[in-house]
Design a protein around this ligand. Structure first.
Ligand SMILES: Nc1ncnc2c1ncn2[C@@H]1O[C@H](COP(=O)(O)OP(=O)(O)OP(=O)(O)O)[C@@H](O)[C@H]1O
Ligand SMILES: [Mg+2]
Length: 238
């Protein structure tokens, strides 16, 4: 019997005009998995997540979510099917409150109907967001804003959560805390695709990792089988 996959990225190529940003990128995420993509600045990590979410359209190749082709769809269509992106740089709405930011994440008809139930779940996961629900997002700390960005992404009840460098610029203890929350989200049945520059942190969290360099996947394996030495070599391209 064929394994069910939450996500299958099959040989996608992405261009910005003439610039070839992703080259035949393939990867898979099983429903219960956390998968990492590690890569330095400009290696194509955000491009990959944006292509999965429908913000960019691959030229060639396919993206499937639970067996359904989603490449070619717009972001609002991929959200309805269960993809949610925690964007690079958090992008919370600074002039809105925490509560209002969360509500913005529940914009699909289904999410709107379920929003009070899901809001309670998000507040249970992040009690700090509940405490600060009436605070303006711009006045939250970096770590709190990251929690808010994750909480907002959860409001659409995703089956696949895409996280773009959630640890960037945060203190180690806060990062640890946020990764614990991700593991909890994963245990609740959400598949997670993480992209990170931080090699150690993402290897620790995932069941399988890919290293990207200049738009290509140059090394893949489970963290136990990869040595730090070979990951670093692939990461820096030396
Ligand atoms: N809108 C754009 N137009 C043209 N080129 C772009 C655009 N966005 C990204 N690129 C280029 O595509 C390549 C990959 O960029 P991408 O943002 O995916 O990298 P990244 O791995 O997310 O980097 P970082 O860790 O700095 O966020 C880079 O060379 C970048 O300059
Ligand atoms: Mg990026």
């Amino acid at each position: 019997m064929q394994r069910e996959l939450a996500l299958k990225v099959d040989n996608i190529n992405v261009f910005y005009g003439e610039f070839h940003a992703l080259w035949d990128v393939s990867l898979e995420v099983e429903p219960q998995q956390i998968i990492s993509v590690i890569g330095t600045n400009g290696s194509g990590k955000s491009t990959l997540l944006n292509a999965i979410a429908g913000l960019l359209q691959p030229r060639g190749g396919d993206v499937e979510l639970f067996g359904e082709k989603i490449s070619g769809m717009q972001p609002h269509q991929t959200v309805v099917r269960g993809v949610s992106l925690v964007p690079e740089g958090r992008r919370v709405f600074g002039r809105l409150t925490v509560y209002e930011n969360l509500i913005m994440g529940a914009y699909t008809p289904r999410a709107r109907k379920r929003r009070s139930t899901v809001l309670r779940m998000v507040y249970d996961l992040f009690p700090r967001l509940h405490e600060r629900r009436n605070q303006l997002a711009s006045t939250m700390s970096g770590g709190e804003q990251q929690m808010l960005a994750i909480g907002r992404a959860l409001m659409s009840e995703p089956k696949l959560l895409l996280c773009d460098e959630i640890s960037l610029g945060l203190a180690p203890l806060i990062i640890k805390d946020i990764y614990k929350k991700l593991e909890e989200i994963n245990r609740q049945g959400v598949a997670i695709l993480l992209v990170e520059q931080d090699i150690n942190r993402s290897l620790k969290a995932c069941q399988y990792a890919h290293v990207m360099l200049e738009g290509k996947v140059v090394l893949s394996g489970n963290p136990a089988s990869l040595t730090l030495e070979e990951v670093k070599r692939a990461y820096f391209g030396v």
